[in-house]
Ligand binder design. Structure first.
Ligand SMILES: Nc1ncnc2c1ncn2[C@@H]1O[C@H](COP(=O)(O)OP(=O)(O)OP(=O)(O)O)[C@@H](O)[C@H]1O
Ligand SMILES: [Mg+2]
Length: 251
């Protein structure tokens, strides 16, 4: 199957106050449609930088990115979910979700905007909260609203940077299950930065481990366990251990 995202030899060096700071030293991988890939690696190795480059929020010095353009008339190439929800505090949940659609150069008609918003509110179980402001929601609900906003433009790839790390373990698991449900309902592809080996093995079809800065791909670990996965299952624990060792080895 044609990859939905091809990352080729991406390099990035920052010029900071302390001199040149090489962050990415030639990162290459492909992601297939509907795949969930987790990106792991030591703190400061360049994971957020790579996600920002893929999202078009920063640029690479060298290398190339190729993204499948056939996304069923979607309005976005990618969408990002940040660690802190990054919702606009003065907009309701509904207006946050449709913000990008209303800005889009493709001019999505208002009835289509409403149809998508209703579907996303239902999908993320926020239907009763469309008029609420972000401060009236719990942490988990805010992150669900951020996920809904990311999905609104029907991007081929949703990028998530430690999306659930600020949540308690129970809410976190609920949101992880949501990602799995969205993948099977909407056929979305996810690239998710995580520091949590259990989360990565629970969600991912494949885990990409980066080396310390300047980052290279240190390991690619496929997770061939059926869904839903049981974190107490010995096969699960074995892969979790392998992932932990790969990340520690990369440190
Ligand atoms: N705008 C910037 N200007 C200068 N240096 C930067 C900038 N953004 C990131 N860096 C540097 O690039 C390196 C990688 O940062 P990045 O945020 O990508 O790491 P990370 O892998 O996401 O870390 P963490 O796991 O802690 O979130 C760091 O050394 C950081 O100081
Ligand atoms: Mg980061």
């Amino acid at each position: 199957m044609e990859p939905v995202l091809c990352v080729r030899a991406i390099e990035k060096t920052f010029s900071g106050a302390d001199g040149a700071c090489p962050a990415l030293a030639g990162i290459s991988f492909d992601i297939a449609p509907r795949e969930i890939v987790c990106l792991m690696g030591p703190s400061g190795c360049g994971k957020s930088t790579l996600l920002r480059i893929i999202a078009g929020l920063d640029y690479a010095d060298r290398g190339s990115l190729h993204m499948a353009t056939d996304n069923n008339g979607g309005t976005a190439r990618t969408a990002m979910v940040f660690q802190e929800h990054a919702l606009f505090p003065w907009l309701s949940v509904y207006d946050n979700i449709v913000y990008g659609l209303r800005l889009s150069a493709q001019r999505v008609p208002e009835d289509e905007v409403a149809r998508r918003a209703e579907a996303l509110l239902a999908l993320t179980r926020l239907s009763g909260f469309s008029r609420s402001l972000p401060h009236q929601l719990s942490g988990g609900m805010k992150q669900r609203a951020a996920v809904a906003r990311a999905l609104a433009g029907e991007p081929p790839v949703v990028l998530m940077d430690e999306p659930f790390s600020a949540l308690d373990p129970f809410t976190r698991r609920e949101l992880e299950d949501e990602v799995l449900r969205i993948r099977s309902d909407l056929k979305t592809t996810f690239l998710i930065v995580s520091h949590n080996p259990e989360e990565a093995v629970y969600l991912a079809d494949r885990i990409i481990v980066l080396s310390p800065r300047p980052a290279r791909v240190a390991a690619e670990i496929p997770v061939r366990l059926p869904f839903p996965r049981n974190p107490a299952d010995p096969a699960f624990l074995k892969i979790r251990e392998e992932v932990t060792r790969a990340v520690l080895g990369a440190e």
